[in-house]
Design a protein around this ligand. Structure first.
Ligand code: ZN
Length: 166
């Protein structure tokens, strides 16, 4: 008769997913992951990253970045939205506030919508931020808007696995 009186927790643990296994929770201690260098042509000036999570089903990934003073990301368009938490320093997004964009400073949260175009994203001082991206990034030539590359969770994960020898 036990099946007639299942607790909510028991029912929850029995959740089934159509045509797939249940997704497990994860935890990683960020300090336990070694920094890797973000390669050109995407980043310049020694930006390092740690890939924390990929979500193939959602097409999303989450990373933590360390950006030395004077470093920057190349021009790109966010095909999907993204959210970030600047935990240290300062980040000039969309040209910075002096050019109609945003100058984020720690501790700062930001949301960038689908189709947001970011020409040079610049770090005037040593900075760090966490970001979850939904959908790929479309890297473009800042001058004529032509495609340089499109990187989604799979391409980012491939780079990470290659860098970390996994
Ligand atoms: Zn961006």
């Amino acid at each position: 008769m036990a099946t007639a009186t299942k607790s909510a927790a028991e029912k929850s643990s029995e959740t089934t997913y159509r045509n797939k296994d249940a997704v497990n929770g994860e935890f990683v201690h960020v300090d336990a992951i070694d920094w890797q260098t973000m390669p050109e042509p995407f980043a310049h000036g020694g930006i390092c990253w740690k890939l924390l999570h990929v979500s193939p089903e959602l097409g999303a990934w989450t990373a933590y970045y360390k950006c030395p003073a004077g470093s920057y990301f190349s021009a790109h368009i966010h095909i999907g939205p993204g959210e970030y938490l600047l935990t240290k320093g300062k980040m000039e997004v969309r040209g910075g506030s002096a050019k109609g964009g945003e100058t984020a400073y720690a501790l700062g949260y930001g949301f960038e919508p689908s189709s947001a175009r970011h020409d040079k994203t610049y770090f005037p001082i040593d900075s760090e931020f966490y970001m979850t991206f939904v959908g790929p990034l479309h890297w473009i030539n800042e001058e004529d808007g032509s495609t340089v590359a499109i990187t989604g969770w799979k391409e980012l994960q491939d780079v990470w696995l290659q860098q970390t020898g996994q």
